[in-house]
Design a protein around this ligand. Structure first.
Ligand code: AMP
Ligand code: GLY
Length: 417
């Protein structure tokens, strides 16, 4: 099978890496890709938001499966355009991707499906904003309704900051604060059958100790030794299957990757958000642990045949990924700096640790930073302690002027395991 992956972040690098190791995959293309993905897939330029262009490219390379990585093309209906060209596509329709594209829509689906989530108000006037902030009290949770790459949310004890963010959003949702650790649980679905993956935890704040602003994600690990072994079954029953059933009932079935961002609160599991695609950086650790070849599962989702797939197999190994971000991320990042040490990681740390590229580009012999999150250094080990050691040993070999990374990814979980 020939596979075309759309996107060019560390998530797509992780997807391409797994697909390149799958014997069912005879040719692998990625558009637009990045400097690291070029080592495992043939890169093609494309405007990922242009459905017609993606469908043309898929036809041209003879793809038997297209995998759409990021949310923006999904919300723009790129999967619809690929399917309209008669090519199986992994990823939801534009209509179903509203589960991520509009937080208000997601709240409506959850209410209809009786899925547990934070109580919330959609506000349209400053008076409604003040009333909602007052009703919930601090800490305040203020969310922009649209896509914001994980950066549209402000959680603060400062009423003025909460109010200012609310007034800066076109449409704003104000909701109850959820205490407790967060878990990301992904499920692959064809709109009927739901296949949960293994849970992971993401680190959203920019700095150690969960300080600093929200980011797209600064690191992740899996498994979660502290989590209840029944968590996946519980979330399947209370969240994933009801949500998939509700979207099908509405005539907009969701196929692809359903990402449940969960808070494990003192009062039970609550959905913080849904995403309509693989999470980044959690995918890097989830796929590092997946033994089952990836292509046929993604094709099963695209073709509506997941009910015939055997259960997934997982390695006992733990996996940790540490994101190296540019100077000034998550503000306007500085780009164009040379990255050194990639060869040293390949020579010294492989196969237990390896570098997945996010915002990078090739410039002659040099690899340059080209985005906010630049690299996702991933490692596996017998347990989280060993996976952490290997990941940070590899991080230490990499030089990128002004770069930043967290030093505490998976630290607490490793020490408690
Ligand atoms: P979201 O874009 O909805 O995933 O929000 C980004 C991050 O903000 C989440 O991963 C949480 O860390 C935090 N957050 C969002 N909603 C809440 C909430 N209701 N209570 C506490 N933290 C939240
Ligand atoms: N890691 C958070 C996300 O992918 O949205």
């Amino acid at each position: 099978m020939k596979v075309l992956v759309i996107g060019g972040g560390a998530r797509e690098h992780a997807l391409c890496r797994s697909l390149s190791l799958d014997p069912d995959v005879t040719a692998l293309y990625c558009a637009p890709g990045n400097a690291g993905i070029a080592e495992v897939a043939e890169l093609r330029p494309v405007d990922a938001l242009d459905g017609a262009a993606v469908a043309r490219l898929a036809t041209e390379v003879g793809a038997g499966l297209v995998v759409v990585g990021p949310e923006a093309p999904l919300v723009a209906g790129v999967a619809d355009a690929v399917r309209a060209a008669g090519i199986p596509c992994f990823g939801p329709s534009g209509e179903a991707a509203r589960l991520e594209g509009s937080k208000a829509f997601a709240k409506d689906v959850m209410a209809a499906a009786n899925v547990p989530t934070a109580r919330s108000y959609v506000c349209t006037t400053p008076e409604e904003v003040d009333a909602a902030l007052d009703a919930f009290g601090a800490p305040y949770v203020v969310k922009d309704d649209g896509l914001a790459a994980g950066k549209g949310v402000v959680v603060t004890d400062d009423l003025e900051e909460a109010r200012a963010h609310a007034l800066a959003c076109a449409n704003v949702i104000i909701e109850e604060f959820l205490d407790g650790p967060e878990v990301s649980l992904f499920a692959i679905t064809d709109g009927v059958t739901v296949l949960p993956l293994t849970p992971a935890q993401d680190f959203k704040r920019a700095r150690d100790g969960d300080e600093g602003p929200n980011t797209g994600g600064m690191g992740a690990y899996s498994p979660l030794p502290w989590a209840d072994p029944k968590l996946v079954d519980e979330v399947m029953q209370s969240v994933l299957q009801p949500t998939v059933d509700e979207l099908r009932r509405r005539g907009t079935p969701f196929s692809g990757l359903l990402y449940a961002g969960l808070a494990i609160t003192s009062r039970g599991v609550r959905v913080i958000e849904f995403n309509a695609r693989f999470g980044d950086p959690e995918t890097q650790v989830v796929l590092a642990r997946l033994k089952t070849p990836l292509a046929r599962i993604l094709l099963g989702s695209a073709n509506g045949t997941l009910d015939t797939e055997p259960p997934l197999n997982w390695r006992d190994d733990a996996a940790v990924t540490v994101v190296i971000a540019s100077h000034n991320y998550p503000g306007t990042p500085r780009t164009g700096d040379p990255i050194e040490g990639l060869d040293a990681v390949a020579a010294e740390d492989a196969p237990d640790a390896y570098v997945l590229h996010a915002g990078t580009r090739q410039d002659g012999d040099a690899v340059l930073s080209a985005g906010g999150r630049v690299l996702s250094v991933t490692a596996t080990g017998a347990d989280l302690t060993q996976a952490r050691e290997r990941a940070y040993a590899a991080v230490a070999r990499i030089r990128l002027d002004g770069s930043q990374h967290r030093t505490d990814i998976a630290q607490k979980a490793a020490s408690e395991a």
